[in-house]
Write a protein that binds this ligand. Structure first.
Ligand SMILES: C[S@@+](CC[C@H](N)C(=O)[O-])C[C@H]1O[C@@H](n2cnc3c(N)ncnc32)[C@H](O)[C@@H]1O
Length: 191
């Protein structure tokens, strides 16, 4: 969080042209105008796409500095919401968490996933992406990462009741400029 507080403007400008390629397939699973929660929205570029397409988006980030950056892009309020303070139940048809739950400490991830599961409507779709690895650690900016394996990540989802949980992998980049293996998880809450 220290990194995002200090680098909010620089990080937001860097990310502005980097909308996730997974966003279109995620939105295609949702009805027109669906209610979507974005967690860890950063500079707000993915929320902007969702809003432009007519979805009912609640944009949030745990960093007040990042939330202010997103507000500048979106021209609307962005809620400061740490993942572990999500209290809503049965509200959202979609929850989008691109490259942000990777900062949740391993011992807290199951709790955060349970809160996300509770916030989804039955049949709601939840996307999250993680940098893959074998053990938690920090990058060269001292940002904490949980760096899960596919198996460990699946074990964090399975205690909850999902209709489906799918994980696919690719090789991609990040703000640190390093080539990284990514895990992309799409989970559908049971109806
Ligand atoms: C790697 S950035 C990704 C931002 C955006 N989703 C994107 O794809 O560009 C991670 C974001 O997660 C936010 N974040 C980190 N820890 C958080 C927490 N505990 N609760 C909520 N947001 C958090 C950071 O402030 C930052 O905006």
């Amino acid at each position: 969080m220290n990194f995002y507080a200090a680098e909010a403007e620089t990080y937001s400008l860097h990310a502005r042209g980097a909308t996730s390629k997974r966003l279109d397939p995620f939105l295609a699973t949702l009805p027109a105008g669906a209610k979507i929660l974005e967690l860890g929205c950063g500079g707000g570029q993915d929320s902007l796409v969702m809003l432009t397409r007519g979805f009912d988006v609640t944009s949030t980030d745990g960093s007040p500095e990042m939330a202010r950056q997103a507000e500048r892009l979106l021209g609307r309020p962005v809620t400061v919401l740490p993942f572990d303070q999500l209290e809503q139940a049965d509200i959202y048809q979609g929850i989008w968490a691109n490259a942000c739950l990777l900062h949740v400490p391993r011992p807290k991830l199951a709790l955060v996933l349970a809160r996300i599961h509770r916030a989804l409507k039955p049949g709601g779709v939840f996307y999250a992406s993680f940098k893959a690895g074998a053990a938690e650690g920090r990058d060269r900016f001292q940002r904490y990462y949980n760096y899960p394996s596919r198996e460990w990540l699946m074990s964090q989802y399975t205690p909850l009741v999902w209709m489906s949980v799918e994980i696919d992998e690719n090789s991609g980049g990040g703000y640190d400029g390093e080539t990284t293996a990514w895990l992309h998880v799409t989970a559908v809450r049971s109806a």
